[in-house]
Write a protein that binds this ligand. Structure first.
Ligand SMILES: [Zn+2]
Length: 248
């Protein structure tokens, strides 16, 4: 009944799916079953989300489909309900500036400009920079994948709080929160001490950034993540499924 109300997504034709896989290293490195799930999720994404290029950017059907594939990578285990809560993907040609503001405890308003490669608002659009998406694709095993990062934020907020702990069964959520907090505190101490870290120090920004950054490593530098933070790599394997292995 609900499926009928929502309509059935148009299938991605086989030749287009083949070329999408070939153009998307992380997807191309998935096993057969995972690739089939990714295809169904991507079709659902294209059916439900409006993809809007901004500032003169034009995206053809293949590029839109590739964005869908990238955004659906983190949903291979979680499933299509990971798409809940938002409807628009906005794509800027390049890194974009946003005006930030924050009122501190003394009631003073602080405002500053941030340059971002992507952003996920609580229930608003998911925002990506096409240039950054392209850069990730050109160097896929370097630890960066902005689409995965922003989708991790969307999964994080599904339980009502953006705090680095996504929607999970209760017991697992407790273990997750404990293990991530412990490692986050240790990582922040390393960054504060000025030590060089193998993981991007941006992860020390906040617990939700820690989760989102480690999610990027799960897909694009899984061996490094396993070496640096094995207990968290195990949580992410359970959450996202086995990481894609570099091909060739
Ligand atoms: Zn983030």
């Amino acid at each position: 009944m609900f499926d009928w109300l929502r309509g059935r997504p148009a299938p991605l034709p086989e030749p287009r799916w083949r070329s999408l896989l070939a153009a998307t290293p992380w997807a191309n490195a998935l096993d057969h079953d995972a690739a089939a799930r990714l295809r169904a999720l991507s079709e659902r994404f294209l059916h439900e989300k409006t993809i809007t290029p901004l500032d003169g950017l034009a995206l053809d059907d293949d590029q839109r489909a590739q964005l869908a594939v990238l955004c659906c990578l983190p949903l291979l285990r979680f499933g299509e309900h990971g798409l809940r809560g938002w409807s628009q993907l906005l794509v800027y040609p390049d890194a974009f500036r946003v005006r930030r503001s924050h009122v501190d405890a003394a009631g003073v308003l602080h405002e500053w400009d941030d340059e971002l490669a992507g952003e996920a608002w609580d229930s608003g659009p998911l925002i990506l920079s096409w240039a950054d998406v392209r850069a990730d694709l050109d160097d896929p095993w370097a630890g960066y994948c902005v689409a995965v990062h922003e989708m991790a934020h969307k999964l994080d907020v599904l339980d009502g709080e953006m705090d680095g702990t996504p929607l999970l069964p209760r017991e697992w959520q407790r273990e997750w929160a404990r293990d991530f907090q412990r490692r986050y505190d240790a990582f922040c101490a390393e960054v504060d001490a000025g030590r060089d870290t193998a993981i991007d120090p941006y992860a020390a920004e906040a617990p939700e950034e820690f989760f989102a950054v480690l999610s990027e490593y799960h897909f694009s530098a899984p061996a490094l993540l396993q070496e640096e933070m094995p207990e968290l790599a195990a949580h992410l394997r359970r959450f996202y499924g086995p990481p894609p292995a570099p091909v060739g």
